[in-house]
Design a protein around this ligand. Structure first.
Ligand SMILES: Nc1ncnc2c1ncn2[C@@H]1O[C@H](COP(=O)(O)OP(=O)(O)OP(=O)(O)O)[C@@H](O)[C@H]1O
Length: 352
């Protein structure tokens, strides 16, 4: 399977592009440093340059009102892409157009139109209550009093933070703090909000609260660009996904497209009767049903199979299975998102 295989483009919808990225590249320049005192002294006089192609010729568009998930393994170039979109890094090559702004060149006017939440970097001041940090942003963005009061009231209510925003930030839980980060990013009511790992380190309930908030804000019109390693974030939120691997875009489309591109596969979990003469023999990987492969054997009796439904229909598979083997339980599921993403990372990460 070639990388081209994944490059199905998202269908054009009859709404305007809010972000247009053309042939974006970022090359970092660093210096090689060897360890030891002698090498340190030497590097003072001569430093060998090292180039890192973090983003290579990436092109995509985002429609107003979308939630786009940017996925990729560690070091793929996601944060670099987000930093170029927010204007904190300049591209080495290529063009970014966000609502007519060039993020890096028009930084001052652009920041009024976008917000950003970085899961690993706080915008709140630790020793003062979030409310004071919010007031600081009110002043920075020049938000009129009435608008500020209304937006703040709405955000505090949706995020259920009424009794929290007056306590010092340092005493808040991670989940409460993350909700306050969202208020910081959204007080000036930006049409676009960038989220870099917004649910990192949160418990399942806090994650769910944040996801519900993002959904509500999206229904009110905010466009979100989200990078995450949490596939549940993507499944629950993202309308479309862009996958980057080794700096290159390797997929751009919906989650349904992603499944289709991998072929129509189902995962079958079988529990076999170990006492039956017809039972699948433990350790036997040669299940002789066409389009079927054993992907794992959890125990003596539990086996997981992958069935390619382009080769054999599920009813044919069931007929063959029951004529050849005895089983006591069966479940048939879609390929998990994790399996799909792992396959894509592997298949697109191996080339040089
Ligand atoms: N300032 C920098 N100087 C040199 N190389 C850098 C710099 N920042 C990032 N890189 C390199 O660029 C590549 C892409 O990094 P980036 O942080 O964009 O990846 P990522 O997809 O966000 O990864 P992760 O999921 O681990 O956060 C990596 O190889 C990284 O080591």
């Amino acid at each position: 399977m070639t990388n081209e295989f994944y490059k199905t483009n998202r269908k054009e919808r009859a709404v305007e592009n809010i972000i247009s990225v053309e042939h974006l590249c970022k090359k970092y320049t660093t210096y090689k440093r060897e360890s030891g005192f002698k090498a340190s002294v030497k590097s003072f006089f001569h430093r060998e340059k090292v180039y890192v192609d973090a983003v290579k010729d990436v092109t995509f568009q985002v429609k107003r009102g979308d939630i786009i998930g940017i996925l990729g393994p560690n070091g793929a170039g996601k944060s670099t892409t987000i930093k170029m979109l927010t204007g904190t890094l300049y591209p080495t090559e290529g063009v970014i157009n966000v609502m007519g702004f060039s993020p890096y060149k028009d930084r001052i006017s652009y920041v009024r139109n976008m917000g950003a939440v970085f899961g690993q970097k706080s915008q709140l001041i630790f020793d003062i209550p979030p409310l004071d940090s919010f007031r600081m942003n009110k002043a920075i963005y020049g938000i009129p009093d009435k608008e500020y009061e209304e937006t703040l009231h709405t955000l505090i209510e949706i995020l259920e933070l009424e009794d929290k925003v007056m306590r010092p930030t340092r005493v808040l839980s991670l989940g409460e703090r993350m909700k306050c980060e969202f208020i910081m990013a959204m007080l000036h009511n930006p049409p676009i909000v960038y989220l870099d790992e917004p649910t990192i380190g949160l418990d399942v309930i806090a994650k769910q609260n944040i996801r519900e908030f993002i959904k509500q804000m999206n229904e009110r019109g905010t466009t979100f660009i989200l990078t995450t390693h949490d596939l549940e974030d993507v499944q629950q939120l993202a309308k479309d996904v862009i996958i980057i691997n080794k700096g290159e875009k390797v997929f751009d489309g919906s989650i349904a497209d992603l499944r289709r591109n991998l072929g129509n596969k189902k995962v079958v979990e079988l529990t076999v009767d170990s006492y039956s003469e017809k039972g699948i023999v433990y350790g036997n990987k040669n299940i002789e049903i066409r389009g079927t492969t054993v992907i794992s054997e959890l125990s003596h009796q539990k086996t997981t199979l992958e069935v390619d439904t382009d080769v054999i229909s599920i009813s044919e598979f069931m007929n063959e299975l029951s004529s050849q083997y005895a089983f006591t339980d069966i479940s048939i599921k879609e390929l998990s998102m994790e399996t799909i993403i792992t396959k894509i990372y592997k298949e697109t990460g191996n080339k040089e």
